[in-house]
Design a binder for this molecule. Structure first.
Ligand SMILES: Cc1cc2nc3c(=O)[nH]c(=O)nc-3n(C[C@H](O)[C@H](O)[C@H](O)COP(=O)(O)O)c2cc1C
Length: 224
């Protein structure tokens, strides 16, 4: 039996995290297969499309050789930039790359530095093998990172609702920022003078259905 507190907690969580799914009509679930682990914890909340989208999202690291339609990428960006931000400052810059020449070009440099990683089964590129990458820039003074995180979560949830897979990418971005040779590719992203590359999101049609990673429910509790 649910208590009113459970309901309020769930509603706030969804309102806070899942804004994306309600922003565009194209951000609605499209026959996503229910995950058994999500079903284990099935409650009435899981009948809610936003909750279902959140619970079924996984980081995807294998993608089909199928480009993502520009229209869908545009929807993702629209969902992203509709995230809340402190005083509506919108301290982000978003760059979408679906150009194989760019992705493979950086990957060649990555392969030289990490020959073992490139030998991994199914390796296609350093962006977890995705055909499209969304790069997010934030102000160099370190402000805006919280807001950029919210933008990213909107993007990955919207993608999930549209049958697309995603993976947040911290490692590949660190590589891009550390390697002098990659600088021309970073410059091609054309972030404003006072902005720098913060992280990226891989996007594509998923070619795997990973199990949910465990979560520690003990990290959150009510204070009565
Ligand atoms: C800030 C951040 C950076 C991440 N960087 C990477 C990365 O570089 N490579 C990768 O494969 N996954 C990366 N991930 C994905 C996490 O490994 C993943 O979210 C976590 O293991 C939980 O799995 P799930 O997303 O499937 O629920 C990153 C996630 C976040 C939030």
């Amino acid at each position: 039996m649910k208590t009113w507190k459970n309901w309020i907690f769930s509603a706030c969580l969804c309102a806070g995290i899942g804004t994306a799914a309600g922003l565009a009509t194209s951000c609605t679930p499209q026959g996503q297969k229910a995950d058994p682990q999500a079903a284990d914890s099935a409650t009435e909340e899981n009948k809610n499309m936003v909750v279902e989208t959140i619970m079924n999202r996984r980081s995807i690291r294998k993608y089909k050789d199928q480009p993502v339609e520009r229209e869908k990428l545009e929807t993702l960006i629209r969902c992203g930039i509709n995230a809340p931000s402190g005083m509506n400052r919108q301290p982000w810059e978003v760059r979408v790359v679906d150009d194989a020449e760019y992705i493979n070009g950086v990957t060649e440099i990555f392969k030289e530095a990490n020959p073992k990683a490139a030998e991994e089964e199914g390796f296609k590129n350093m962006f977890r093998n995705a055909p499209a990458v969304i790069f997010i820039g934030s102000p160099k003074d370190g402000s805006g990172q919280f807001d950029c995180g919210l933008l990213g979560e909107n993007i990955v949830l919207a993608a999930q609702s549209m049958g697309l897979g995603t993976c947040f990418l911290g490692g590949p971005v660190r590589f891009m920022l550390d390697q002098e040779e990659v600088r021309p590719y970073v410059e091609r992203l054309q972030f404003s003078e006072n902005y720098g590359l913060l992280y990226a999101i891989a996007v594509g049609y998923p070619d795997e259905s990973p199990e949910a990673k465990p979560r520690d429910a003990g990290k959150a509790r009510f204070i009565d």
